[in-house]
Design a protein around this ligand. Structure first.
Ligand code: FDA
Ligand code: NAP
Length: 440
């Protein structure tokens, strides 16, 4: 394993999805606006090139957030990295405005993200997975360490190297969740791998397919399978009685405002609980109105025509899955009748959601210097920096995984421009003051 003296950065970003792309923009705009010596930054991404949930880039799916909540606008409304700048640059500004929507397709937003990324590509290394963060050997002597070592594994088989960082910004994203006991294989997929797996199959082999879940991913995949496999029986295994709508009405949507982060962060336990109790249905286990109506229209049309290949198994959960030849046998349990039911399918998609980002795996031994609250969760400052003991004086920032401290926007796009600005400011201020503070 090699380490190079030159490779000491003010900030190393782990993962290069929208969150750290937004941080790269905030740092770049600070450099341009204040003509200071730039904050040196390097970002590492394990994918071979930029990609934002590529396996869910289904035709016609739309964003669940206004295009104004892009990588920069809420922090800097005149940013050259805004979605409007991208539209202008692409010659589509007037055309887009004529669509009269706040919600572009996910495909168009992906193009926007790629456009922004291409302007900062010199600071990203792809095929580069971070496998751990640790204190440098000198720190063993008890001196507070001003930097950490980040271990980078090159996906092209070029080995592993160490990079030194005065700050790290961990932004590795959501973690796909499978029900206990369900193993993925070439015919049992999680929604996060959907398109790649689907494209490996011959469509004519997929005569019976099933989708588990009642969230946005499940509804979008069910619709896609129904439309693209016109010969197939499609089963939606829905844990609720039917899909529930995602509340994006104006008052409820305030939970995603930048100011809601303060209300949540500085709130009491009951304040935080109230956010989840009243507003979980803005994001989790819910579906956009338009997709619900689209699916219902298909089901109703089938009734009118007397054909049936879209089947909703409501109040139903998966008990067990077994491989039988090329087919997967799914044991189902329904709350509508107590009899277990079996379903044989050629492909089964678990659209069963995600767990929040959890940095402990990357932190390894360093985690013992990171303080926890009485529930055992990481303590995080308002500027998204982990609270550490004095042995670590460099900053470890989280973009994601802060639902318990910063609330509902933690895994979403809504607040990334503002959050990245706050992290950039904290890093820049820390540099001016000779390093961020720590707590005993
Ligand atoms: P994201 O997951 O995008 O990026 C993390 C990156 O880190 C990935 O590129 C990953 O490869 C990389 N990585 C992971 N581990 C690594 C390691 N050890 N080393 C190096 N790289 C590593 N939210 C919203 O507000 N509006 C929306 O419309 C949507 N739409 C949407 C669609 C779908 C299909 C999903 C699953 C989710 C959404 N979301 C969303 C929520 C989603 O979390 C959000 O859009 C962003 O992806 C968050 O960006 P991040 O950069 O934080 O994570
Ligand atoms: P989700 O909202 O967490 O939904 C997961 C679904 O799976 C829930 O209905 C859940 O039911 C169900 N489930 C979990 N375990 C189950 C089990 N063992 N058996 C049966 N059902 C089970 O996940 P998601 O739909 O993937 O959405 C995740 C995030 O991505 C959200 O922020 C969403 O908005 C976003 N997204 C956006 C787009 C887009 O922009 N167009 C597309 C897809 C996803 P319970 O409620 O009972 O747990």
């Amino acid at each position: 394993m090699g380490t190079s003296a030159q490779e000491i950065y003010d900030v190393v970003g782990i993962g290069f999805g929208p969150s750290n792309l937004s941080l790269a923009i905030a740092l770049e705009e600070h450099r341009v606006n204040f003509s200071e010596s730039p904050v040196t930054a390097a970002f590492f991404e394990r994918q071979p090139s930029f990609g934002w949930h590529r396996n869910m880039l289904l035709p016609s799916t739309t964003m669940q957030v206004s295009f104004l909540k892009d990588l920069a606008t809420f922090r800097n409304p005149v940013s050259r990295f805004s979605f409007v700048s991208y539209l202008h640059d692409s010659g589509r500004l007037a055309h887009f405005v004529n669509t009269q929507t706040f919600f572009p397709t996910r495909q168009e937003f992906h193009q926007y993200l790629e456009w922004a990324e291409s302007r900062l590509a010199d600071r990203v290394s792809y095929n580069s997975e971070i496998t751990g963060i640790r204190l440098p050997p000198a720190a063993a002597s008890g001196e507070a360490s001003q930097y950490v070592q980040v271990e980078v594994r090159n996906g092209n088989g070029a080995g592993t190297r160490l990079v030194n960082a005065r700050n790290v910004a961990i932004s590795t994203g959501l973690v796909p969740r499978m029900p206990d006991g369900a193993e993925r294989d070439e015919r049992v997929w999680h929604s996060s791998e959907f398109l790649a797996k689907f494209q490996q199959m011959k469509p004519e082999e997929l005569k019976r397919v099933a989708v588990v879940g009642a969230g946005q991913s499940a509804a979008e995949i069910t619709r896609f399978l129904y439309d693209s496999l016109q010969h197939a029986q499609v089963f939606a295994i829905v844990p609720s009685y039917g899909y529930s709508v995602a509340d994006d009405t104006p008052f409820a949507n305030q939970v995603f405002d930048p100011s809601a982060v303060d209300d949540y962060y500085f709130g009491t336990g009951p304040t935080r609980e109230a956010f989840w109790h009243y507003h979980k249905n803005t994001n989790y286990s819910v579906v956009d109105d338009e997709v619900i109506r689209d699916l219902h229209r298909r089901a109703y049309d089938e009734d009118v025509c007397g054909t049936k290949r879209l089947h909703f198994l409501n109040l139903t959960r998966v008990n067990e899955i077994k491989r039988v030849g090329n087919e997967t046998r799914v044991s189902l349990e329904s709350l509508l009748d107590s009899n277990a039911q079996e379903l044989d399918v050629d492909a089964l998609v678990f659209a069963t959601g995600y767990d929040a980002m959890e940095p402990s795996g990357l932190l390894g031994d360093l985690d013992r210097y990171c303080l926890r609250d009485e529930s055992g969760r990481h303590r995080v400052q308002r500027d998204y920096r982990l609270v550490t003991t004095p042995a670590v004086s460099c900053g470890i920032y989280l973009q994601g995984g802060t639902e318990h401290t910063h609330g509902l926007t933690s895994s979403l796009l809504s607040n990334i421009a503002v959050r990245s600005g706050e992290i950039a400011d904290s890093i820049i201020m820390g540099r001016a003051e000779g390093g961020p503070e720590t707590e005993q």
